[in-house]
Design a protein around this ligand. Sequence first.
Ligand SMILES: Cc1ncc(COP(=O)(O)O)c(C=O)c1O
Length: 383
Amino acid sequence: MNIRLRSKLPHVGTTIFTVMSRMASEHNAINLSQGYPDFDGPAPLKEALCRYINDGYNQYSPLAGILKLREQVAVKVKAFYNHNACPEENITVVPGATEAIFCAIQASVHPGDEVIVFDPAYDSYEPSIQLCGAKAIHIPLLPPDFKTDWQRVSDSITAKTRMIIINNPHNPTGTVWSEDDIKQLSRIIENTDILLLSDEVYEHLVYDNRPHLSILSFPELAKRAFVVSSFGKTYHVTGWKTGYCIAPQPLTSEFRKAHQFVSFVGVTPVQHALADFMEQYPEHCLELPHFYQEKRDLFVSKIASSKFRVSASSGTYFQLADYREISDLPDTAFVEYLTRTVGVAAIPISVFYETPPDSHLIRFCFCKENSTLMKAAEKLCAI
Ligand SMILES: Cc1ncc(COP(=O)(O)O)c(C=O)c1O
C-alpha cells in the first residue's frame, strides 16, 4: 500500500533564497540574493568559540540559554532602548530568530485566529501561522514608499485578530518605522488584547543617523510583545543560527513551552562565545550602522550610472532596484535572466506578496565585501 501524506503546508515549496543561491552557484554568478555576508565574523568571536569547544563547553545549556548571554542581552536593551528585561523571566536564547518567530506564534495563536502580516513578508511567517490552524491576513506595503496603510490595518481588525507581526527595519524593502507608525499602531490596539510579534533582526542596521524604534522602547506596546532579534545578523555569523526573544513573563513562560519541544536549547559554546564578545566589544553594535551604510553608499553610487533606479535603503542590508527601463519581464523571470546572462543573482519581491503589486523591483543584498559589490555593480552597469 502506498503511504500518502496530506500536506499541512500544500503551498510551500523550496524558499526563494535556496532557489536563487543554487542558481547563482550553477551559473557562477555573484550572489547578491540570499542575506548573508561573504566575509567572516570578528576574529575574537571565532577564537572564543574554538576556546569554549576545546575547554569542554559542549553539553546542553539551560533551556532559556546560558545566563551570562541573557545578562548581556539585558544590558544591551537597557542601553539602546531603555528597556528593563529580566534575564530569568523575560529573555530566551534560541537557535535563530526563525525559531523564535515559530515559537511565539505556536505559543499564542489558536485554530481559527487571525494574524495580520504586512506584505512583502518574510517567508516563515505564514507557514508558522498555518501550522496553528490560523489564518494570515495580508496587508500590502506598496511601492514606491512602502508605507503602512494604518486605516486598512484598523479596518482589518476583527474579534478573531490574535496577533500583528511587524518587521522593522523591513526585509526586503529596507524601510524603517517612524514615530507616527508607532503612534498609529498604539492607537489601533490600545483597547484590545491583540499581541505583537516584532521581528527586529536588523535592529542595528538603520542609516542616516536615524534611531531604531524598537517596540521595547514603548512600554504600552512591549507589555504585549514578543520582540525577536538575531545574533547571526548582528555579528556577521548567520550560520551560527542563534537569536533571542524578549517578552513579558506570562508570554515568555508560554514561549518556553513551545521552545522546549522544538529545539529545547541553543548551541552551548556559541552562546558562551557571544556572551564574551558582547561584554568585551559593546562598541560593535554602535559601529554597525556606519559599517553597512558605507557598503550601501558604495553599491548605490556604483550602480548610479546603470539603468536601474534606486532610492537608498533606510535600513537592513538590502537594496531594492527598479529595472523598468531594462525589461518588461516579471521579476521572477528577470532575476533568472540576471543570474544566467549578467552573472548577478538577486531576489524577486513579488514572491513575498499574497497579491503582488504591478512593480519591477528586485532586491540586492549589500552585506558583501566591497570588491564583490564593485564587481557586481560593473556587471549591472554593463546592461
Ligand atoms: C526579517 C527576518 N526575520 C528573521 C530572519 C531569520 O533570522 P535567523 O537566521 O536568526 O533565524 C531573517 C533572516 O534572513 C529575516 O530577514
